[in-house]
Design a protein around this ligand. Structure first.
Ligand SMILES: Cc1ncc(COP(=O)(O)O)c(C=O)c1O
Length: 332
């Protein structure tokens, strides 16, 4: 990837003259089954631009209540798009058609505030990397369209979801109006994300990107990393998923509170509550043991993420070190 960055062909991205950025945008549009795509610095910016495209100030954004757009984007929907947010309780980050239908009340007068967008997320970060099954996704998207909502997918980890389901990414992404995909997570790039959609929406998104200050100059050095990642780092996501499962099974067998049914991609969540351990204490002990886990939005839940910088030896060590650091007795 460093070599691809070093030898990248570049140009002025703001003038749409960077060949590497253009190539990345075209590849991602094709991969996701959309007409066009726009390169931006972060997935947060891609999401926020999408929300602006689909709404007017005062409209309502409907999303699962712990989704990234609602809890980790610093109030961006309100600050940038003037949106009111409606968070619905999900199961594994997923919503049902009836929840979406009920979120859009029958309007009694023109001035009623109107839900305009449904934003879904897969894999779903706060629920531990859970993956939407295609049939459930389809049912919810169809319902949203029936009740007049635009549908956005926060697919920051869409490629993890596609690999987990064993389907082409377009099978998930093409049914949405706009889709965010991130290069800096499992794909291992230093930064970058894309927003995909129709030619017309991406043309409007270019203007928003300039407004956000996200139009760059020789951004091809980063786009080249993205192209490299699409060629070399997608199929290997299956290794991250297998390693997450291996960690989860070893920890579960050792008595660490892990719900194996919830491990569907590259995250393993550990609930500290049954252990009576405080989160900061647990993370500090793990740090001393040399294993980096992180906090989540849930007060008693910490999370491990497998990624391309971890190999089987690292996983084998973590299988041993984590139960010991958390004070869980390893079965003889
Ligand atoms: C689901 C989801 N969407 C969006 C983002 C934002 O990504 P970025 O850090 O590129 O803004 C994240 C980051 O963790 C995420 O998990």
């Amino acid at each position: 990837m460093r070599a691809a960055i070093a030898s990248a062909e570049v140009g002025d991205e703001q003038k749409r003259e960077d060949p590497s950025v253009t190539e990345l945008q075209q590849r991602v549009a094709g991969l996701l089954g959309h007409e066009a795509a726009l390169f931006v610095p972060t997935a947060t910016m891609a999401n926020q631009i999408a929300l602006k495209l689909h709404s007017r100030p005062g409209d309502v954004l409907v999303a699962e209540e712990t989704s990234h757009v609602l809890v980790y984007e610093y109030g961006g929907p309100a600050a940038h798009a003037g949106l009111i947010t409606l968070g619905l309780p999900g199961t594994g980050g997923r919503l049902t058609p009836s929840q979406v239908r009920e979120a859009v009340p029958h309007r009694t007068k023109v001035a009623d505030q109107a839900p305009a967008i449904l934003s879904l997320e897969t894999t779903h970060n706060s629920s531990g990397g859970r993956v939407w099954p295609i049939d459930e996704l389809e049912a919810v998207v169809a319902t949203a369209r029936n009740v007049g909502l635009a549908v956005h997918l926060d697919g920051a980890r869409l490629l993890n979801a596609a690999v987990s389901l064993g389907v082409p990414p377009a099978d998930i992404a093409a049914r949405f109006d706009t889709v965010t995909v991130c290069l800096s997570k499992g794909l291992g790039c230093p930064l970058g994300a894309l927003l995909a959609g129709s030619e017309a929406s991406i043309e409007r998104a270019w203007r928003e990107k300039h407004l956000f200050g996200g139009a760059m100059r020789q951004a091809g050095i980063v786009a080249a990393a993205g192209i490299y990642a699409l060629e070399h780092h997608v199929d290997r996501l299956a290794e991250d998923h297998a390693r997450a499962r291996r960690l989860a099974e070893a920890w579960h067998a050792a008595g660490v509170p892990v719900d194996l049914d919830r491990v569907e991609s590259n995250f393993v969540q550990v609930d500290l509550e049954p252990l009576g351990l405080e989160r900061d204490e647990a993370l500090a002990r793990l740090r001393v043991a040399g294993v980096g886990l992180s906090s989540t939005i849930h007060a008693t839940v910490i999370r491990a993420v497998t990624h391309l910088d971890l190999d089987d030896d690292d996983i084998a060590q973590a299988c041993e070190l984590v139960p010991a650091a958390l004070g869980v007795a390893v079965a003889a």
